[in-house]
Design a protein around this ligand. Structure first.
Ligand SMILES: NC(=O)C1=CN([C@@H]2O[C@H](COP(=O)(O)OP(=O)(O)OC[C@H]3O[C@@H](n4cnc5c(N)ncnc54)[C@H](O)[C@@H]3O)[C@@H](O)[C@H]2O)[C@@H](O)CC1
Ligand SMILES: Nc1ncnc2c1ncn2[C@@H]1O[C@H](COP(=O)(O)OP(=O)(O)O)[C@@H](O)[C@H]1O
Length: 450
């Protein structure tokens, strides 16, 4: 058993159906899985328990409850006061939530909701067994009106995708893992991203070796968004970075605060990686047909996504692009517009939504937000384990788009999916500070990771 985040490698995630298959096969040769699970929970509970009060263990009707009962027995054998009940004891030292795990298949009934509320109100830290009760392991959404918000979750046997995206991040608390000695014997359902290697730079390289990025966007009033993206592509190591700001007069500098940036257009730079849409407003619509047809690699963000969502002819141009040449970076509202649904239903299953978008537009999709999801046709989806609310500030998405463009310029042979996985993970790690990470500071934080 060990703490999980931050990850140093990419890890396999298994959805509920896969976890059940793995468990069923493992039980055939290791019938003592529940004993192992219970012991692991008891050990973690001992380490987390902060004072002498009783450990409250709330067990449900299935194997999740079975794990909890074994843990209670082990704790009692170790001389710890244990309170096995659906009602709280006086001043518990720790709560073990073993009500519901993988088997959750409907909204919790009022009696269970009452126990969940009592756990939350009792003042002790909550250790959830496998999954916080009421949270769906595939999607990270509560099955009913609420799910337990745990301080710690010990995942057993497999890592479940729902703990890493959407509401899952807010419900799991600190994540722990015990594989119970079982190596999964089937392919993962999704990847949990670890860090990628930085693009190599040869001693003899020159600026022409590291590619070109062209940022197209920045309508009057929101030019900062395009400039943030351009500055980030530069910080990422792209050889040359150009901006095409919509409505900039001929004699204005690309970015008075960043003299390395140059002005350019798609007609002049047909090999550049296009980063298009940041702060672009409605004016990007007119430029989009040429950009979609001309530039061999595109990162499409913000207003360019909204323009595409509203225009079937732009959608047709998007679909006609070469495979693995286009990366969309929608936040949930932009993704919902592209899919023609609302954000609530989109967020209810972020993995499925990202995959649906990737299929519909034959693109790589980064569905942003807590636990960004990366999906591409024919690739296993990935979830970003890094990042946090420090990133919830204007401009951090522009920085992501610029970083992706910068990475891609330096790795022209890389498919969009690989660029997206590497870039989203690096962006998240740079944004793991407490408080709020200003977008400009985020660029400086990212720069050393190239
Ligand atoms: N069998 C084993 O040896 C192992 C079991 N494991 C544990 O077993 C769990 C899965 O066990 P189960 O498949 O029994 O599933 P659960 O224990 O999560 O729940 C299943 C039971 O809860 C009921 N239920 C589902 N949703 C409900 C709701 N909203 N309100 C009330 N009742 C509801 C179901 O009808 C069923 O009776 C894992 O999460 C994990 O904790 C793992 O430790 C791996 C090893
Ligand atoms: N709570 C959070 N946890 C993790 N990442 C977050 C969180 N909030 C925002 N982010 C990340 O910050 C970025 C915000 O992008 P976006 O919404 O497009 O902002 P903007 O348009 O202002 O640049 C995305 O990469 C998103 O995944």
């Amino acid at each position: 058993m060990h703490a999980l985040l931050p990850t140093t490698t990419t890890l396999p995630l298994f959805d509920v159906a896969a976890s059940r298959r793995i468990e069923a096969r493992a039980l055939a040769h290791s019938p003592d899985l529940m004993a192992r699970a219970g012991l692991s929970i008891a050990k973690l509970a001992l380490a987390l328990r902060r004072d002498e009060g009783p450990v409250w263990v709330a067990c449900g009707p299935g194997n999740n409850g079975g794990d909890g009962r074994v843990a209670a027995q082990r704790l009692a054998e170790a001389g710890i006061a244990v309170h096995l009940s659906h009602s709280p004891p006086e001043r518990p030292a720790l709560v073990i939530d073993a009500l519901l795990g993988l088997g959750l298949n409907r909204a919790p009934a009022p009696e269970l909701l009452a126990t969940m509320a009592a756990m939350q109100a009792c003042g002790a830290a909550i250790l959830a067994v496998d999954l916080p009760s009421g949270l769906l392991g595939d999607t990270g959404q509560p099955a009913g009106e609420r799910a337990v918000r745990a301080d710690h979750t010990l995942q057993l046997l497999t890592l479940k995708p729902g703990l890493f995206t959407g509401e899952g991040r807010a419900h799991g608390g600190r994540l722990w893992f015990d594989d119970l000695g079982i190596t999964p014997d089937e392919a993962a359902s999704a990847d949990l991203l670890g860090p990628a290697a930085a693009p190599a730079r040869s001693q003899t390289s020159h600026k022409g070796s590291h590619g070109q990025v062209l940022v197209v966007g920045g309508a009057p009033g929101t030019q900062g968004a395009a400039r943030l993206a351009a500055r980030t592509a530069l910080a990422c190591g792209a050889g040359r970075v150009y901006v095409d700001l919509l409505d900039l007069s001929a004699d204005e500098a690309a970015d008075p605060g960043q003299p390395e940036l140059m002005r350019g257009t798609a007609a002049e730079l047909p090999q550049a990686v296009g980063v298009i849409g940041c702060g672009a407003g409605a004016a990007i619509s007119d430029a989009l047909p040429a950009l979609l047809q001309r530039l061999p690699r595109l990162v499409i963000d913000a207003d360019a996504l909204n323009a595409i969502a509203a225009d079937a002819s732009l959608q047709a141009l998007l679909c006609a692009r070469a495979p693995a040449s286009t990366l969309l970076t929608p936040h949930p509202l932009e993704a919902a517009r592209l899919l023609g649904c609302d954000t609530v239903s989109l967020q209810a299953d972020r993995l499925a939504a990202a995959q649906a978008l990737a299929e519909r537009f034959s693109c790589t999709v980064v569905l942003k937000g807590s636990g960004s999801v990366i999906a591409s046709r024919g690739e296993r989806p990935a979830i970003c384990a890094s990042g946090g609310p420090a990133l919830a500030t204007a401009g951090s998405g522009d920085v992501l788009a610029g970083w992706l463009g910068g990475l891609w310029a330096q790795q022209p042979g890389a498919p969009a999916h690989r660029i997206a996985c590497a870039g989203v993970d690096a962006h998240g790690r740079a944004g793991e500070a407490g408080g709020v990470r200003r977008a400009g500071d985020l660029i400086s934080q990212l720069a050393p990771s190239r």
